[in-house]
Design a protein around this ligand. Sequence first.
Ligand code: FES
Length: 574
Amino acid sequence: MSITINGKEIDVAANETVLQTARRAGIDIPHLCSLDWAPSPSASCRLCVVEVEGLPRLQTSCSLEARDGMSVQTHTPRILKARRAILELLIASHPQDCLTCVRAGGCELAVLAGDLGVRERRYVGAVKEHPIDISSPSLWRDPNKCVLCGRCVTMCHSVQGIGAIDFVGRGFQTRVAPGFSVGLNVSDCVYCGQCARVCPTGAIVERSHVEGVVAALADPDTVVVAQVAPAVPATLLERRTKTQDVHTMLERLAGALKHVGFDAVFDTSFAADVTVMEEATELLERIQDNGVLPMFTSCSPAWVHFVETHRPDLIPHLSTCKSPQQMAGALIKEIYPAYAGLGDKRLVVVSIMPCTAKKFEAQEQTGVDYVLTTRELDALWGRFGVDLAHFAEPAPLDAPFAQASGAGRLFAGSGGVMEAAVRTAHKLVTGHELEGGPRVNEARGSEGARHFTIAAAGVDLNLAVVNGLGRLQETLDDLLAGDPPVHFVEVMSCPGGCVGGGGQPYDTDGDAVHERLERLYDADKRSSLRTSHDNADVRALYEDVLGRPLGEVAHRLLHREYVDRRPAVDSVSV
Ligand code: FES
């Protein structure tokens, strides 16, 4: 099957739209409202219009199925004129604060205006004056910058299955907001940030911690240390750096962070190794003691927030382990001041994370002072004049948390927590490593839910991996009523896991997520240390400080409690 685009014959894949076929052929048709993740496009922005031979009216290519023999034109004078008029109307009521907007230099709307030759405002519409929503600890929403493309609504409803935001109001007053226009903090939002990841303008962005970090770096009485999540170097490799592997990228990132004033840089993968020790031990204890099963992982803060706000009945199923971010924060604050001889100096811990929900998590717990998303790093580099692509001063990760296993790095991808935990749980139960090597193929992949069984010392461990909150809701009842019962479930809120997190670079098709996953697998394969329980720094930590997994000190520093956050019925007014 083939179609002709601009006179060139192009093969068509099954169920492909004209927009997708054109993109595959290297023809860029402007589009705002369509997303590759979405099951069916809303076709509301009209920017993707094309001419189809035999049809008098322009057609939206995002909703037009590519049919055999079709002949399409994508950039005729008629089309360019129509697109330009559409864009001019879109910006007629847009705030004129582009110079100071958080998306300055990276705004899709501004890029489209440039591409379409819109270099003046011919139409000046009424100015929108919707209140800005700063109620969320993770996200900042400015409806005045919204172009109503609906990508955020698609992600929230169709991909994540949450439905916290939707179109409200009519005509010029139409906006995207939570129901009854309440703040995100009291809506159904779980702070995953998938809305922000696809927003083409500055209408939904992360709540920035950059100024707090810059102020801490400028204070001579403050020691500022960073911890870097494994998804971050796996993502920064996309920046045309000459570096090829995740660990080298991490050391270059550590060098850049020290260059701008950080006193030490730690690898959150180290804390992931500690999480594995605690979580695997907790799972085995629950199985032996007839505890609540299945046990769900607790490292994805949007998932934890989902449980606390939507399904508090599941709280007993959550592992009591803190996330790696919070374990690292607690360990750094407990151990590093004496280790580094900081005396009276204030210690500030900054997390570099792919995630917006981590900002909420850090606010609710102690140990981490600021969270910068992968995107916010660019603001930091801009402030201090660092060109990361050419910055070539690597620095080693800092003691006493320097070593991390390949298993710890896998935490950044869907199935990674499970794979890391299986490696260690097998060792704890049987006394020996997995036969056939550490790779657990069953945990890998990008399907919504993956079930598999691992036999260990005569016990069949029934395991499941859930990739994304949208898929979770389809499979949750089956997991809870599993027959045979499911023992352990990994849940990642964001599609693909942390590498597809809401704080990651702006993205509308998710293709980069698969490449990041492959880089993590490669990092694990290259590592001479592939199991958390063999990490020498982790062993030293247990010998010197923690005692044993789930012991008293470990419990104080590394475990947490949960809160039923459902609003009391009588506090809800409509
Ligand atoms: Fe096709 Fe918006 S992208 S109508």
